[in-house]
Ligand binder design. Structure first.
Ligand SMILES: [Fe+2]
Length: 283
């Protein structure tokens, strides 16, 4: 992504910060990530601020509700509006989660895991290809956190994800924190897990904070990124050898913009160091 704004560490654009970002400029943030679901159909002050930011700054788009692996029919009107928004934004791709989010037309407001089976992979690959044909930019898939497998799988998560990415010929939004959290909950080493994966498909990464609740670790997006996740980000960047864009996600316990800008800057320093320090190995 050299020569484009989509490199380094960007920040998720959140509603309470819209006015300050529209007024004060990007302040060193190379790009924003924006959820179309939070913008489409909105009017008023927030919509005006969003429009002003998107006209001025670079942005990637990230969806929450398409239900990529589900069975519900596509909402043609929504996909048309989404497509127009993506074109207007100038995003080079649109990311969505590899999961299902609705059943029988009811939005579940959660990212639920697909069964790790050949049938589910075949079904999901078909759905991804349909979306690829309907959207004006490539669809990129994100690995999620999950807290129990959905039925007995024929594969593990790593193989399921690989089969879908390869079968659909899709780019990968690698959420580093999700790998770390799943590693804690399911007892695997994130670096060994990543070493098995098709890292050449990574076009973007996410980092975020998580929380511990008894024995369970949950992807809360409610606290700063911990040093172990920042180190895993740097390890992966070195392994990739490419300056893919990394996005800092924060949705809960949202601090003042100033605090997020400071966290972003410290992650940017880790990001830059990953390419200037002598690499421990080559991808
Ligand atoms: Fe994420």
């Amino acid at each position: 992504m050299e020569g484009t704004p989509f490199t380094g560490v960007g920040l998720g654009l959140r509603r309470p910060h819209l006015e300050a970002v529209a007024r004060d400029g990007a302040r060193g943030v190379p790009f924003w990530e924006i959820c179309p679901e939070n913008v489409l159909g909105e009017g008023g002050r927030h919509a005006r601020c969003t429009r002003a930011i998107l006209e001025r700054d670079a942005a990637l788009t990230h969806g929450l509700a398409i239900s990529v692996g589900g069975f519900d029919p596509w909402d043609a009107a929504y996909l048309r509006d989404l497509g127009a928004f993506l074109t207007r934004t100038g995003t080079p791709w649109h990311s969505e989660h590899l999961c299902f989010t609705s059943v029988d037309g009811t939005c579940l407001h959660d990212l639920l895991p697909l069964p790790f089976t050949k049938d589910a992979a075949r079904h999901t690959i078909g759905r991804v290809k349909e979306l690829q044909a309907r959207l004006p930019v490539p669809l990129v898939l994100e690995n999620i956190t999950y807290y129990a497998p959905l039925g007995a799988g024929e594969w593990d998560e790593a193989q399921f994800l690989t089969e879908v990415l390869e079968g659909a010929d899709a780019g990968w939004l690698l959420d580093i924190n999700n790998v770390y959290v799943n590693g804690l909950n399911f007892g695997f080493d994130p670096r060994e897990w990543l070493a098995r994966m098709p890292l050449h498909r990574v076009v973007q990464m996410h980092v975020a904070g998580h929380g511990r609740f008894g024995d369970l670790v949950i992807d809360t997006h409610g606290s700063p990124v911990i040093p172990e996740v920042a180190e895993l980000m740097a390890w992966t960047l070195r392994r990739l050898g490419r300056r893919v864009p990394v996005l800092l996600e924060r949705d809960n316990n949202l601090p003042e913009l100033e605090e997020l800008l400071t966290e972003r800057a410290s992650l940017q320093a880790v990001y830059d160091a990953a390419f200037t320090e002598e690499p421990a190995f080559h991808a």
